[in-house]
Design a protein around this ligand. Structure first.
Ligand code: ADP
Length: 256
């Protein structure tokens, strides 16, 4: 059942981007994080909602793990990543007592928290809200789509790897989007090629171009290929801004 459209804490958000992937480990949180950083570099105000409840990695990637979420009259105040408050983040990671605590919740409790993240966080005025979702297509995705739908324009960005394209994970994501009436903004192929840490040359370890071909076949935009760059892994480990520090990386053009 579609939620009733009523103004809420997302009323000041201009665009919402749901980041989806067929399975874990393909770089969904990486792309969500780099997308937010790229939008900040473009002068936009960005929020990130991390609804990957069982694997919240974005606080670590943005070096704000362990921060506390406070309450204000408008609800929960998200954690600001920078002094200029151009990126704000809400994640279940901020609500756990210990950083390595596991979220062992049944579906209804997870869905309730996702709805609360949408209605009870004081997001303020944002150009973009980037929503990092769990892998696959689960109840949590339905809960997120239902809660966010009144606040459209809402679109999905699908992240894949060259291998995932061949096993049909992306097709399942595209089918999910079609079934729930979610516009697909485009497909990003991540880990396509490997950037040599010595000479920065990019080698295609796996087959390349599958994401682009699939996008053409499905009639959705192809947004770019991001190679595996050890500098990007390190930047995310250390909570640094890859786009600012490595403009000559072969991963830079697609990420920026
Ligand atoms: P997911 O959210 O899909 O589970 P992550 O974004 O957490 O995947 O990525 C898994 C790991 O791979 C992380 O350690 C991340 O730093 C690394 N990673 C992802 N994409 C790249 C890339 N293009 N280059 C280098 N490391 C990457």
């Amino acid at each position: 059942m579609e939620a009733a459209a009523e103004p809420g804490n997302l009323a000041g958000v201009r665009h919402i981007i749901l980041v989806l992937s067929g399975k874990g480990g393909v770089g969904k949180s990486t792309i969500s994080t780099e997308l937010a950083l790229a939008l900040r570099h473009a002068g936009k105000k960005v929020g990130i909602l991390d609804v990957d409840l069982c694997g919240p990695s974005i606080p670590h990637m943005l070096k704000v793990q362990g921060q506390a979420v406070h309450q204000c009259d408008g609800g929960w105040v998200p954690v600001f990543v920078d002094q200029a408050q151009s990126i704000s983040l809400m994640s279940v990671g901020f609500l756990l007592e210990k950083p390595d605590e596991a979220v062992v919740w049944r579906g209804p409790k997870k869905n309730a928290l996702i709805k609360q993240f949408v209605s009870d966080v004081a997001w303020g005025q944002l150009d973009y809200l980037v929503v990092d979702t769990p892998p696959g297509t689960s109840d949590e995705h339905m809960a997120a789509v239902d809660a966010l739908r009144p606040y459209s324009p809402l679109g999905a960005l699908v992240v894949t790897t060259p291998q995932a394209v061949s096993v049909g994970d992306v097709r399942r994501e595209l089918t999910f989007c079609r079934k729930v009436g979610l516009r697909v903004i485009g497909i990003v192929e991540n880990m396509s090629g490997f950037v040599c840490p010595h000479c920065a040359e990019c080698t295609n370890v796996f087959s390349r171009g599958g994401g682009e071909e699939l996008a053409r076949h499905a009639g959705v935009p192809f947004l770019g290929s991001v190679p595996l760059d050890p500098e990007l892994t390190r930047s995310l480990e250390e909570g640094r801004d890859f786009i600012q520090e490595f403009p000559s990386s072969p991963a830079f053009p697609a990420l920026s």
